[in-house]
Design a protein around this ligand. Structure first.
Ligand code: ADP
Ligand code: MG
Length: 399
């Protein structure tokens, strides 16, 4: 799960990390109120979307000459006019894709006199199975570009979880940033605080870009992105409450509400399967028959009628879907219950594409009877190979 910059900054502040003051705003009025609480005379108005590259981004509606999604303002009036221009408009950055993202929130923060920009992030490195810190003197720019063109300017420091954060890790970070004197000490302290935040909040990633050295000799976090391990969110209700669903794929949000594992893919055959392994096998066999799956969808072992109906609606809300293959092994979940769910859902959504169903397991005959007597044009299949062949043929025929 991702959160906004202003939320990440609020969390990091709890760990004593140095961050310029700032307030979120949903309206122009709130933006002005926020600016009035800050000392001034320099403010920054920042678009809050779940994507980076905002500074260099472009507003779709404002033409190529308009400023991006991070704007300096030298007066309250400038804060007001920038806020008016940004709110409600669509910001396109290298991370949003061409469609961009609508700006519904702003963050009004202190303008900082920057001496130099650095890069510092922390993530779970799957290769080493450790939390790694990634450090670079080249801050403020696209780190992927730095990694590509000047990889020697990036230092990675892995922390053994059994050992935890040690002073030498802090010194390695400060050294990689080429900092001396008091700034060196500040960097060591920041690395430690960041590790504490990362572990305590079960983060997947914290990225600070840029971390800045100010003209008056302080290290401050100017921009940060945080993401969390979803499996640990139950331990952090306050973090979970920061979720902004308007920033996520609507179909995946809907799926997660029903506890369905759904991932949108590029093909045109919708799949509804129970169990991740069976779902993978179903996708494979669709491909083997020359077509492509439109999604991965695991309804889980204990799915009920409501879950099946929800899954069906999600699959059908994807306009790319030209046919549906249901492949269910009724173990804990009985085939007749599944069949009832399929029939109810198909009736409710006014099924307009071919549907092939393969059921196996407990009460399979009862299930097949329910499908056959439903009056719906459901194509029954005997086994997985048969099911895949049938749905591919049905979709080809309909095209
Ligand atoms: P993004 O990474 O989405 O473009 P940033 O917050 O990193 O957004 O902002 C882009 C650039 O704007 C920064 O690299 C920095 O130079 C400048 N900037 C951001 N916040 C401030 C601030 N509070 N004061 C002064 N400059 C800032
Ligand atoms: Mg940034």
């Amino acid at each position: 799960m991702n959160i906004h910059e202003y939320q990440a900054k609020e969390l990091l502040t709890r760990f004593g990390i140095g961050i310029p003051a700032g307030y979120p705003a949903l309206t122009v009025e709130e933006a002005v109120e926020a600016a009035k609480k800050l000392p001034g005379p320099l403010y920054v108005v920042k678009a809050q979307i779940h994507a980076g590259g905002r500074g260099k981004g472009k507003f779709q509606e404002l033409g190529p000459d308009a400023k991006g999604g991070v704007r300096l303002a030298d007066s309250i009036e400038a804060v007001e006019s920038h806020s008016r221009e940004m709110l409600g408009n669509t910001l396109v950055t290298i991370q949003t894709g061409d469609a961009g993202k609508q700006v519904n929130r702003l963050y009004i923060t202190d303008g900082v006199d920057i001496e130099k920009e650095y890069y510092l992030s922390m993530l779970v490195d799957r290769k080493t199975g450790r939390i790694a810190m990634v450090v670079s003197t080249e801050g403020g720019m696209d780190i992927e570009e730095v990694a590509h063109s000047t990889p020697e300017k990036i230092t990675t420091i892995a922390i053994d979880p059994a050992e935890g954060f040690q002073p030498h890790h802090g010194r390695a970070v400060a050294f990689a940033l080429k900092l001396t004197g008091d700034l060196n000490k500040q960097a060591q302290k920041l690395a430690k605080q960041l590790y504490e935040a990362f572990s305590a909040l079960d983060c997947a990633m914290i990225e600070i870009n840029p971390l800045v050295e100010t003209k008056d000799g302080n290290l401050l976090v100017l921009d940060t992105k945080m993401s969390f391990d979803s499996n640990a969110l139950y331990r952090h209700k306050d973090v979970e409450a920061m979720r902004d669903e308007t920033e996520e794929d609507p179909m995946e949000v809907e799926a997660s509400k029903h506890d369905l594992a759904y991932i949108k893919l590029d093909g045109n055959i919708g799949c509804m399967v129970n169990g991740a392994g069976l779902a993978m096998a179903t996708m494979d066999i669709i491909k083997l028959n020359g077509a492509f799956p439109a999604n991965f969808l695991d309804v889980g072992g204990g799915a009920n009628k409501e879950k099946v109906t929800a899954a069906f609606k999600i699959i059908l809300s994807d306009p790319a879907v030209k046919g549906i293959l249901v492949n269910i092994f009724g173990g804990i979940m009985k085939c007749d219950i599944i069949a009832e769910g399929i029939v109810a859902a198909a009736k409710e959504v006014n099924l307009s594409v071919p549907l092939v169903v393969r059921l196996e397991g407990t009460n399979v005959q009862k299930g097949k009877d329910i499908l056959a007597n439903s009056g719906l044009p459901i194509v029954p299949a005997e086994d997985l190979g048969d099911a895949a062949k049938k749905i591919v043929a049905e979709v080809k025929q309909a095209a």
